[in-house]
Design a protein around this ligand. Structure first.
Ligand code: DC
Length: 228
């Protein structure tokens, strides 16, 4: 039987830096990259465009099942429109959080995510990559950082984009989001028991990448050590 295509699952809370780290890990290994949060953001944006409410489960499910999206190296196209920046707005983030709590949407996106598993391998980033989408991932990482470090990173990112935000408000927003993500009844943010924890509060992205690549080399030298 063919060995399954290897997956590295990187999960963690918002602004933990997992996007940057996961992309760099994928690039160093020449693997495909899945930003699962972008899928929830795209469903949210399509719902906003079509004025479909968060309470309209059938409507949201329909959008998720027929999402017309193209990921290129540089951009994300929804119905042929470049929405790379638009899916990152505060409005879209709030709506994505609501959309992601809908079980029918999660189910509709499950197969789409699994289809991203292609040779030579996949680095998948999100909240439930190790626990639900790729339970047999070769390596599972739970990437986190203190709320203060994450708020500072977000503050810096927003400043670079010319967006004014205050640190105390960003910190409060992150804490509220964590609370919602961890306590929601559907797919709460919960690390898999076998996930390796990486606290990046005092670490550069490159140090985090090197640590994960080291863990991956170890996991790959012990066949099926992490599979279930
Ligand atoms: O990682 P992100 O901020 O782009 O995610 C956007 C939203 O989608 C956020 O509210 C968390 C949610 N999400 C999820 O529920 N499951 C995933 N695998 C990825 C993201």
């Amino acid at each position: 039987m063919d060995a399954p295509v290897p997956v590295i699952a990187i999960d963690g809370p918002s602004a933990s830096g997992k996007g940057t780290v996961a992309q760099r890990v994928a690039r160093s290994l020449g693997y495909h990259y899945l930003d699962s949060g972008a899928l929830y953001r795209l469903v949210a944006l399509a719902a906003l465009w079509r004025r479909i409410s968060l309470a309209d489960v059938k409507g949201l499910e329909g959008i998720a099942a027929s999402l017309d999206v193209v990921f290129t190296n540089e951009s994300i196209l929804l119905q042929d429109q470049d929405v790379t920046e638009e899916i990152r707005t505060e409005e879209c983030s709030r709506c994505a959080s609501g959309v992601s709590a809908c079980p029918a949407v999660r189910l509709a996106l499950l197969e789409r995510q699994r289809r991203c598993r292609r040779l030579p391998g996949l680095v998948a980033e999100g909240r439930d990559m190790g626990s639900v989408v790729f339970p047999d991932a070769r390596l599972k990482v739970f990437l986190t950082a203190s709320p203060e470090a994450r708020a500072e990173r977000r503050h810096k990112q927003l400043k670079q984009k010319g967006i004014v935000a205050t640190l105390p408000l960003l910190l409060q927003d992150l804490r509220e989001r964590d609370e919602r993500d961890e306590t929601r009844s559907v797919a709460p943010l919960k690390p898999s028991p076998e996930a390796l924890w990486l606290d990046t509060s005092a670490m550069s992205p490159e140090e985090a990448v090197q640590r994960i690549l080291g863990w991956y080399a170890d996991a790959s030298s012990k066949p099926a050590a992490n599979s279930i």
